[in-house]
Design a protein around this ligand. Structure first.
Ligand code: AMP
Ligand code: GLY
Length: 422
């Protein structure tokens, strides 16, 4: 079977790495891919948001099945376009991907179907939002409704801060139309946890939990990023919690899809806060997490293609994925300055040494490209160094030892991935 994977991050390299192990896969194309996917797939210089180009690529190359990594092509209707062209594709349609692309749509869905989340109010009028800010309890969370590259959420401590966030989103339009509507919600407390479940509309397959580290600096300080590292399992989810996640979140989610006639097929990735009252949904993502996928793919035994096909064909209830009991860690190596402006084109050395440091280590590429046969940096998050270990401590030790063998100018990483759990 010939596959196409869309995207260029560490998530996509991890998916390509896992899919390439399937005996049923004959070749993989990646669009646009990175220097890591180039080792296992053929990269094509078509952007993940170029829907016409991607349809043409899949048709010309006679691709059998396409997987979409990032959120924006899903929100833009890539799956609808592929289906209309008679192409087989994994992922939700644009109307179902609104669960990620519109926070107010997701809120309405959760309220209608009794899925626990923070109490909230939605505003399309800036003056009404500002008067809400003046009378609310603090801290308060202000969220731009649409996709804002992870920058659309502000945790405000004072009415001045929340009003500033409202003005920036709704009046100054710093996120464009993504800020036409804002959701203002109550501040929740507790550890966060990333849940992944394949959903085919009739059933779901729950993956092991993972934990991301979103802030740029150690001790959860600094700016929010796409994610600086993950562990799986997170130790937030024991058997009792897993059962609550099923009955309080995933079961009502599935019932809600049916009631609302929403056709959802693909990966559901709810970000949860484990509050004193129980798990609550912070957001729905309708795709694999990055860098959660890097840790999860290290723990998946068996064939990812079987799971993807079962999802596309509505046969998830017939598959039972097996998971490695060992712990997985992913340490992100980022460019200096990330998540702010960065310099690209820095040569990366030590990749082979890192990969050879232990059979339990795999280095996934993210923002990398090839220049004159050398691997150079080309993005904010550059690499995801993953390791498996009998314990989280062991996995961390191997991952950090490998990460230390890799060098590029400006390299930054957090030394405390998973530390809070130990
Ligand atoms: P989101 O993009 O909605 O997941 O929000 C990004 C981050 O903001 C989350 O990972 C949380 O750390 C934080 N956050 C979002 N909503 C809330 C909330 N209601 N209470 C506390 N923190 C939140
Ligand atoms: N790691 C968080 C995300 O993929 O949104």
């Amino acid at each position: 079977m010939k596959l196409l994977v869309i995207g260029s991050g560490g998530r996509e390299h991890a998916l390509v790495w896992k899919l390439s192990q399937s005996p049923r896969v004959t070749s993989i194309l990646c669009a646009p891919g990175n220097a890591g996917t180039a080792q296992l797939a053929v990269n094509h210089a078509v952007a993940a948001t170029d829907l016409d180009g991607l349809v043409a690529l899949a048709e010309n190359e006679k691709v059998d099945l396409t997987l979409v990594g990032p959120d924006d092509p899903l929100a833009a209707g890539l799956v609808d376009r592929f289906r209309a062209a008679g192409l087989r594709v994994f992922g939700p349609t644009a109307s179902a991907a609104r669960l990620e692309a519109s926070k107010s749509f997701a809120k309405d869905f959760m309220v209608r179907h009794g899925i626990p989340s923070a109490g909230s109010a939605t505003f399309t009028d800036a003056d009404k939002a500002l008067s809400h800010c003046a009378s609310a309890r603090y801290p308060l969370v202000v969220k731009a409704d649409g996709l804002a590259l992870g920058k659309g959420v502000v945790i405000a401590q004072t009415p001045e801060e929340s009003s500033k966030a409202v003005r920036e989103a709704m009046i100054e339009k710093v996120f464009g139309s993504a800020g036409d509507t804002v959701v203002i919600e109550e501040f929740l407390t507790g550890p966060e946890c990333s849940i992944h479940a394949l959903v085919d509309g009739n059933s779901y397959s729950l993956f092991p939990d993972a934990k991301d580290h979103k802030r740029a600096l150690e001790g959860d300080r600094g700016l929010n990023t796409g994610g600086m590292g993950t562990i799986s399992p997170s130790r937030e989810v024991d058997a009792a919690m897993q059962s609550r996640i099923r009955t309080e979140i995933l079961d009502p989610f599935l019932r809600g899809l049916k009631t609302d006639a929403l056709e959802f097929s693909g990966m559901l990735f709810p970000g949860l806060m484990m509050t004193p009252e129980g798990p609550k949904v912070l957001e729905f993502n309708c795709r694999f997490g990055d860098p959660e996928t890097q840790s999860l793919m290290r723990r998946l035994k068996g064939d990812l293609l079987d799971l993807i096909e079962a999802t596309v064909d509505g046969k998830l209830s017939s598959v039972a994925p097996e998971w490695d009991d060992r712990a997985a860690v992913c340490i992100v190596l980022a460019s200096g300055g990330y998540p702010g402006p960065i310099e690209k084109g820095k040569e990366i050395t030590g990749l082979a040494e890192a990969a050879a440091s232990s059979p339990d280590v795999v280095v996934f590429h993210a923002g990398t490209s090839l220049k004159d046969d050398k691997v150079v940096t080309s993005g904010g998050r550059v690499l995801g160094v993953t390791a498996l270990g009998a314990t989280l401590e062991e996995a961390r030790a191997k991952a950090y030892a490998a990460a230390d063998l890799i060098r590029f100018e400006g390299k930054q990483l957090r030394r405390d991935i998973g530390a809070s759990v130990i």
